[in-house]
Write a protein that binds this ligand. Structure first.
Ligand SMILES: NC(=O)c1ccc[n+]([C@@H]2O[C@H](COP(=O)([O-])OP(=O)(O)OC[C@H]3O[C@@H](n4cnc5c(N)ncnc54)[C@H](O)[C@@H]3O)[C@@H](O)[C@H]2O)c1
Length: 271
C-alpha cells in the first residue's frame, strides 16, 4: 500500500465487478477507506458472473469486492443502491459518512452498457433509464458529496465516461448521449468547485477486457481489435491506475479534462 490516500474516504459506484471493482481495489491499495457501491451486490457473490470471470480473466473475482478491499488492509463498507434513485443516493452517502467518515473521493462508474438498439428500435423507456443511470446518477452522487468536499477544501471526482461519447455507435445512441453528457457535466462541476480544492475529471475508457467483454465470441473480439492501434483490449487495472492518479493529491492541478485511456482508439483505425 503506497499510503498516498491514507485518511481519505472513497465512494466507488458500480464497484461490484469490472472496472469499478478494479478502481475500488486500486484506491484501497493507495490507502483509502472504500465504500463499495452497486445496485445488486449479492448478484456478484458466487453466481454465473464469477464462473465466466474465472474462466476468461484468470483474475480471482470470486471474492466480493468489499472483501478483496478489506484483504488489502483498509476499512471498507458495502452499500447497495440504485444511482438513479436520488433519495437512495442521499441515504447511502449519509450511511457511508457515519461508517467511514466524510467522502473525499467520488468515482462515478456505475453504468448500463448493454442497451443495444438503433434510434429506430430503442424504446423511450430504455432511453430514459440509460440516461437516468449513466448521466443523472452521476449528477445525484456529485450533488450529494461535492458541497461537503468544497467545505472541507479537498475533493476528487472521477467520472467514467467512454470513447463512445466521441465516436458513437449507431447501436448505442443512449449510451453515447449519456457519456457525452457526463463529459459536459464534468467540465461544469470542475468550474464550480475549482477554487475550493475539488477537482472533477472524466476518463474515457476504450475497449476494456472485463470478464464480460472477454466472454464474447472470438470473431466479435477480433473485429473490435482491428480498430485499436494497440491491437489489444485494455485491462480494468489500466483504467483504475488512471483513476487513482486523478484521485491523488498529485493531480491537484488537473481539472475538467476528458482523458481517453484507449490504446489510441480515438486517433482512428490502425494504418
Ligand atoms: N468495459 C468497457 O469496455 C468500457 C468502455 C468504456 C466505458 N466503460 C464504462 O465503465 C463503467 C464500468 O463498466 P464495466 O465494463 O465495468 O461494466 P459492468 O457491467 O461490468 O459493471 C457496471 C457495474 O455498474 C453497476 N450498475 C449498473 N447500473 C447501476 C445502478 N443503477 N446503480 C448502481 N450500480 C449500477 C452494475 O451492477 C455493475 O456492477 C461504465 O460506466 C461503462 O460505461 C466501459
Amino acid at each position: 500500500m503506497s499510503g498516498e490516500l491514507r485518511e481519505k474516504v472513497a465512494l466507488v459506484t458500480g464497484a461490484g465487478r469490472g472496472i469499478g471493482r478494479a478502481i475500488a481495489i486500486a484506491l484501497a491499495g493507495a490507502g483509502a477507506r472504500v465504500a463499495v457501491a452497486d445496485v445488486h451486490l449479492a448478484k456478484f457473490q458466487g453466481e454465473r458472473y464469477y464462473r465466466i470471470s474465472k474462466r476468461v480473466s484468470g483474475e480471482e473475482e470470486d471474492v466480493a469486492t468489499v472483501d478483496a478491499v478489506r484483504a488489502i488492509g483498509v476499512r471498507a463498507t458495502a452499500v447497495e443502491f440504485d444511482v438513479a434513485d436520488e433519495t437512495a443516493v442521499r441515504d447511502a452517502v449519509g450511511a457511508i459518512t457515519s461508517d467511514l467518515g466524510p467522502i473525499d473521493i467520488l468515482v462515478n462508474n456505475a453504468g448500463i452498457v448493454n442497451n443495444i438498439a438503433t434510434v429506430a428500435d430503442m424504446t423511450r423507456a430504455a432511453w430514459d433509464r440509460e440516461l437516468a443511470v449513466n448521466l443523472s446518477g452521476g449528477f445525484s452522487c456529485v450533488q450529494a458529496t461535492a458541497p461537503a468536499m468544497a467545505e472541507r477544501g479537498w475533493g476528487r471526482i472521477v467520472n467514467i465516461a467512454s470513447i463512445a461519447a466521441e465516436r458513437p455507435s449507431a447501436f448505442q445512441p443512449a449510451y453515447a448521449a449519456s457519456k457525452a453528457g457526463v463529459i459536459a457535466l464534468t467540465k461544469a462541476v470542475a468550474k464550480t468547485y475549482a477554487a475550493q480544492g475539488v477537482t472533477c475529471n472524466a476518463i474515457l475508457p476504450g475497449l476494456i477486457g472485463t470478464p464480460l467483454v472477454r466472454s464474447m465470441r472470438a470473431e466479435v473480439q477480433e473485429a473490435i481489435l482491428r480498430q485499436v492501434p494497440a491491437a489489444r483490449l485494455g485491462e480494468p487495472r489500466e483504467i483504475a491506475a488512471v483513476a487513482a492518479f486523478l484521485a491523488s493529491p498529485a493531480a491537484a492541478y488537473v481539472n475538467g479534462v476528458a482523458l481517453p485511456v484507449d490504446g489510441g482508439f480515438l486517433t482512428g483505425a490502425p494504418e
